[in-house]
Design a protein around this ligand. Sequence first.
Ligand code: ZN
Length: 263
Amino acid sequence: MGTAWKVLPCLAAFMLAACSPGGPGHTHAPAHDTAHAAMSDTLDRPIQVHPVHHSALVLEWNGLTIAVDPHAGAERFAAYPPPDLVLITDIHGDHLDSTTLLAMKLEHARILAPKAVMDLLPARLQAITDPIANGERTELKGVRVEALPMYNLPERPDAYHPKGRGNGYVLTLGNGTVYISGDTQGIPEMRALRGIDIAFICMNLPYTMTVDEAADAVLAFKPRIVYPYHYRGTEGLSDVARFKQLVNAGDPSIEVRLEDWYR
Ligand SMILES: [Zn+2]
C-alpha cells in the first residue's frame, strides 16, 4: 500500500496487558491493532485501536483507555483496562446501553454524551456524565474532545437521526486525531474535516450511508487510516470490501482497515 503506517502485531511488552484474555467467561477475544507511526514516527505516542462490536470500540493512548458506545454486554470490555473516558454518540440501543454501562468498571471514568443521552441515563451514571452538544469542545484527562453533528440527509424531524440530537466526535490525542462518525450521512461537517489520522465511518442501511456515499465522503476529507464500522443494518452487512475498493481507487494512500466487528 506504500504507507508509512503499519499494523503491528501485539508483541510489545507495553501492550501485553491489553492483549491478554479477559479470564474465565470472556468469550470475545479482543482484536489487536495499533495505529502506530512505525516508520515516520508522526505520532508522538501510539494510539491502540480495539474494534469491539458494531459501533463499540476501545482506544488506548498514553495510559488512558477510552470506550466508545459500549453496548451488548460488559463482558466484551472485560479484557481492556477500565475506561477513563466513555463517549456515547446517540440514544439508540446500539450506542446507549445502560445495562452494559452499569456492569462496567467505571470507578475512574467520566462519560461524555449529548443531552438526549444524558436524560436517559440512570442517576448513578448521570452523576459521572458531562453533557456535550454539537460544536462544543472540552478537555478531560489530557484528551481534547470536540462534538460534531451527526444526522441523516435530507434533514427531517422524523429522520432516524435528526441533526442536533447525537454527536460524532473528534479526539485529539497528543498530535494524533481520531474521528468517530456516529450514525450519519456524509454531511458537510464530515467532508470539511482535515488532518484526521484515524476515522471510524458508519455505513449501514437503511439507517446511515451506502458504501458509495461513505467512500465519497472519506475521499473528501482523506483520513490517513479509515475503519469501516457500524456496517450491519436490517438490510444485512454492507460490502466493506467494495468500500475499500472505492476509497483506494480514488486515493491509494488512504489505509482502509477491514476488521470483523461482528465476531
Ligand atoms: Zn447505530
